[in-house]
Design a protein around this ligand. Structure first.
Ligand code: 13P
Length: 250
């Protein structure tokens, strides 16, 4: 049985005061979430604050991106060892916003995935199709291509220490959620692809859903066989909503 993971992607949101209040709210209600692990991925500049507040609690934290290099002349960048130094467990790689706004190719994402693991972080590898790709009937081939870039570089065994997030781009921040069946179909496709390479790894890897997930639709999504949690954007900025999604796994 895979234990669900509910991870918050705060994106570029939050002051110190807001983040501190949000964490306090999560800590107050965390005991009500019994059947899911919780994690938050704040903007890098807020990681020290979040790490200080979450240390020794059951809530993990992570980064939203990392540079492929461990250190050096890469102005503005954050490395895997830096994230580890601040106690991060996870790091998101290949989010669709990074792929589309910052030109991250499958190859670049695969490099970041490897760098994360090399430095002891669990990558949350995001995959997903745009609306045009879905309407053209290419959802599976797009997701397959995004996964293959990582399989080819790092092998199936690497997924024993990784999380996958299926985030249909058309459902991110739009209020338009994939139906539980639409999501389950792609999740099953992803797991099937893994299973063809290594059944044990396929059974173990958490495949999260992301895209307008909220307390009102979480239970139905999380009850699907191959959906093992969520990567939450907007709703992760409101403690009660994020906790409500966690409780939907109870
Ligand atoms: P929303 O939950 O705001 O749709 O964002 C999803 C997402 O992109 C999480 O990484």
């Amino acid at each position: 049985m895979r234990r669900p993971l509910v991870a918050g992607n705060w994106k570029m949101n939050g002051s110190q005061a807001e983040s501190s209040a949000l964490i306090d709210g999560l800590l107050e209600g965390t005991a009500t979430v019994k059947n899911a692990d919780l994690a938050v991925c704040p903007p890098a500049i807020l990681i020290p604050l979040v790490a200080t507040k979450l240390k020794g609690t059951g809530i993990a934290w992570g980064g939203q991106d990392l540079n492929v290099n461990a250190s050096g002349a890469y102005t503005g960048e954050i490395s895997g060892p830096m994230l580890r130094d601040f106690g991060c467990t996870y790091v998101i790689v290949g989010h669709s916003e990074r792929r589309s706004y910052y030109g991250e190719t499958d190859e670049i994402v695969a490099g970041k995935y490897g760098a994360a693991q090399q430095h002891g972080l669990i990558p949350i590898l995001c995959v997903g199709e745009t609306l045009e790709e879905r309407e053209a009937g290419t959802t599976e081939s797009v997701v397959a291509r995004q996964l293959d870039a990582v399989f080819n570089k790092h092998g199936i065994a690497s997924f024993a220490k990784a999380v996958i997030a299926y985030e249909p781009v058309w459902a991110i921040g739009t209020g338009k959620t994939a139906t539980p069946q639409q999501a389950q179909d792609v999740h099953a496709f992803i797991r099937g692809k893994l299973r063809a390479l290594d059944a044990a790894v396929a059974d173990k890897v958490q495949v999260l859903y992301g895209g307008s997930m909220k307390p009102s639709n979480a239970a139905e999504l999380l009850s699907q066989e191959d959906i093992d949690g969520g990567l939450i954007g907007g709703a992760s900025l409101v403690a009660e909503d994020f906790l409500g999604i966690g409780r939907a796994a109870n």
